[in-house]
Design a protein around this ligand. Sequence first.
Ligand code: ATP
Ligand code: MN
Ligand code: MN
Length: 303
Amino acid sequence: EAAAERPRLVSDADLATIWLTNPERRLFGRSGPKKLDVALYYARVGDVMLPHLFGRPVSLVRCPSGKVEECFFQRHAFTGMPPSLGTFELERADEENRTYLTIEDVRGYLALPQFGIIEFHSWGALRERLETPDRITLDLDPGDDVPWREVVEAALHIRGELAALGLVPFVKTTGGKGLHVLVPIEPRRRWKSVHAITGAIAERLARANPRTFVTTMAKRARAGRIFLDYHRNARTATAVAPYSLRARTNLPVSTPIHWADLESVDASADLNYSTVPGLVAASGDPWAELDAHARDLPDVPAN
Ligand code: ATP
Ligand code: MN
Ligand code: MN
């Protein structure tokens, strides 16, 4: 599908609202990208990113000083935040602060780089139906010594297993060491059930391929293997959002990829703030049709 045929979400009038102090401030070192680069990046990818972000609870990683060790995770409303950012009160929250954030409009999104926001993390559920997720994430977390090629092979294997369950999986880089396999689902089941089913799927994969996968969090168990982190599918958990920058050297992007192109990705770091906008302008969003592929998550028999 041609990029030009898709509706534009970010208008010139929206872009004109962007306002930045210290646009030249460097991030993560003296030769690093600038605060202005973050604002320009999000302006350029808004049309593809926002459909995945609108209406979802989000957490933000903020790095107002530009120093990586001073970045922090912002889960709740904050003083001075743009008024166009959405908030809502979460029922049955674990923490005392129950005010969560959502992206409700283009200008709220465009206003965020001014506040030092680098990363967006989102829920696999919409605010309007918070208790029944519509996307699941299998987070592939390789041990230190697992080569990138093996992570790619593992994701391709998981794709086949999920397809055999009648699901339609999608893949993105994380900007870090692993990959995220994401599956759109019909929002019928509640978090507990979705978490349990994704756990059963992960256990089954690990049982069939014990030399490749583990499902225990212990660092020791991960040596040479890939931790299948299915806990992104618990209520209030987040995963980095598609097209989010990552707060590290050269601002890598968590980038949606066509399965057919996955093997041609040499390193996650190649997909970053300076390369991804051009790819998106040329080819559009590989995940544009994602919601149309939602299926009911099957009851996976106990292992
Ligand atoms: P990688 O490929 O390097 O694993 P990742 O984004 O998957 O990249 P993880 O460490 O596996 O990184 O984190 C998974 C998710 O946990 C993140 O995407 C994020 O949404 C959530 N997370 C990370 N840091 C925090 C934090 N400080 N507080 C709460 N949730 C966090
Ligand atoms: Mn991960
Ligand atoms: Mn993880």
